[in-house]
Design a protein around this ligand. Structure first.
Ligand code: DAK
Length: 256
């Protein structure tokens, strides 16, 4: 059986490509299991400092698998492992970048939103069309979109199912950069390589600190940041980083 998620590595950057073209990379239970499993396998690997999640030129992911969902009874919904996929994704400590070309719809948009940064091709299309199917987003879409776009704009997208393009996504602060259609993967990998150059413990602590901003009020967020900062100060890499600066040379980070 072909891999539903193709995994490769270049230096300290892992690339995970969704590979279910016949169903527009719809997130079937099997694909979600492979993706979460692969991320969990890479997460503790000290050689992996950043992960890029990508689809194809035509589609990032068309959302949850409608065929599989259509056959699910209510009691199966309650017991279904799909819910844990999103929790597993949120627990990954490695910085993750979504490389989006083509459609990122429903669970596909939510997958991109669950990553730490998004690089989008000019032709990318985002949206939460679940309402057209009689459901609502279930992978964090209402919450993560509202935090970035604000209530009014999120309401429009989740109540109408209307799509928005990469330029709009960029203007609304959802994507980090929009690049020419042929260059989305290359640009995402270049951004990942920049992250991977950084001291990896500090990068993970920084990710953790920023994510707390979505969850908490300012004072506890700043308190949490201070504790994470103290942890960063306990690393060998910070000694190296500061010494290299003072000695006017490039630092060599070891992840210690
Ligand atoms: N699921 C299953 N199959 C899909 C699919 C999907 N989401 N999207 C496309 N396909 C299949 C089509 O059925 C078709 O199959 P065949 O007829 O060839 O067998 C094949 O892929 C090609 O599709 P199209 O002919 O439609 O391809 P086009 O290039 O013309 O259009 C498209 C591409 C992406 C615009 C279109 O396929 C489309 O609109 N797809 C549906 C998008 C959508 O409605 N997505 C939202 C799905 S609901 C949860 C967490 C999250 C969720 C649920 C629960 N929990 C925590 C429990 C999320 C829900 C969703 O995402």
């Amino acid at each position: 059986m072909p891999e539903l998620v193709e995994s490769s590595r270049d230096g300290h950057v892992a690339l995970l490509r969704l590979n279910r073209p016949e169903a527009r990379n719809a997130l079937s239970p099997e694909l979600m299991e492979q993706l979460a499993g692969e991320l969990e396998r890479l997460d503790p690997d000290p050689e992996v400092r950043c992960a890029v999640i990508a689809g194809s030129e035509k589609v990032f992911a068309a959302g949850a698998d409608i065929r599989a969902m259509s056959e699910r009874s209510f009691s199966e919904v309650l017991r279904h492992p799909a819910a844990s996929f999103w929790r597993r994704l949120a627990a990954i400590k490695t910085p993750m970048i979504a490389a989006v070309s083509g459609y990122a719809l429903g669970g596909g948009c939510e997958l991109a939103l669950a990553c730490d940064m998004i690089v989008a091709a000019e032709g990318a299309q985002f949206g939460q069309p679940e309402i057209n199917l009689g459901i609502i987003p279930g992978g964090g879409g209402t919450q993560r979109l509202a935090r970035v776009l604000g209530k009014q704009r999120t309401m429009e997208y989740v109540l109408t199912g209307r799509r928005f393009d990469a330029a709009d996504a960029h203007a609304m602060g959802l994507v980090n950069r929009v690049v020419a259609d042929g260059r989305w993967l290359e640009e995402a990998l270049a951004l990942a390589a920049d992250v991977a150059k950084q001291p990896p413990i500090a990068a993970r602590l920084a990710k953790q600190a920023v994510l707390v901003a979505e969850e908490t009020a300012l004072s506890p967020g700043i308190e949490n940041e201070r504790r994470l900062y103290e942890l960063a100060m306990a690393t060998e890499d910070r000694v190296e980083g500061m010494t290299a600066f003072l000695e006017k040379r490039e630092p060599k980070f070891e992840g210690k």
